[in-house]
Design a protein. Structure first.
Length: 176
């Protein structure tokens, strides 16, 4: 799908909507969102090939990809639908991050217990994950896909550090 970068007004509206729903949060604009995406991919979809990650999950210059495609294309294991909702029922303890995939923004929340499947489902393409990258919950906004839940004990990889091979440089983006 061809997309334009979110405008400042769209980003401001998205952050305001998150604050209205979840209260205290910090909009992170001093670290590129892509760094969080890469670390998320390494932690929750380490078995996804670099080719598939670049093709379906990581953003490109003109096309929007979604991290949750790692789950919807069944490239890695996760809980789906009611099983995912049951796993996420009480949110996550401790600091968490919210990634809005459409606006390409990241926010930090001091306590993830404020989340539950009901208050998250009002957002489209929202990814919530713990600060230590051990648990994630994804609500796609598309009734055909998700929600998805995954914890680090579901993956063989114990290393949540980003794999540098996922990095797409500007030259590669311009070629696509």
């Amino acid at each position: 799908m061809f997309v334009k970068k979110a405008t400042a007004a769209q980003i401001e509206a998205a952050v305001a909507s998150l604050r209205e729903s979840f209260g205290e949060l910090t909009y992170i604009d001093n670290v590129p969102v892509k760094q969080y995406m890469l670390k998320w991919m390494s932690a929750f979809a380490p078995d996804v090939t670099v080719y598939d990650a670049k093709s379906f999950c990581l953003p490109k210059k003109l096309f929007r990809n979604y991290l949750w495609h790692a789950f919807s294309f069944q490239k890695t294991d996760s809980y789906v639908d009611e099983d995912a909702v049951a796993q996420f029922q009480n949110g996550f303890e401790g600091k968490c991050y919210i990634l809005l995939n459409d606006e390409n923004i990241i926010c930090a929340v001091p306590d993830g217990r404020i989340f539950d499947p009901e208050n998250v489902k009002h957002f489209k393409n929202i990814i919530i994950f713990t600060a230590d990258y051990t648990k994630t919950y994804v609500h796609t906004g598309n009734p055909e896909f998700g929600p998805f839940y995954k914890s680090s004990d579901m993956t063989e990889s114990e290393d949540a550090e980003p794999d540098e091979s996922f990095i797409v440089n500007e030259e590669e983006e311009n070629e696509e």
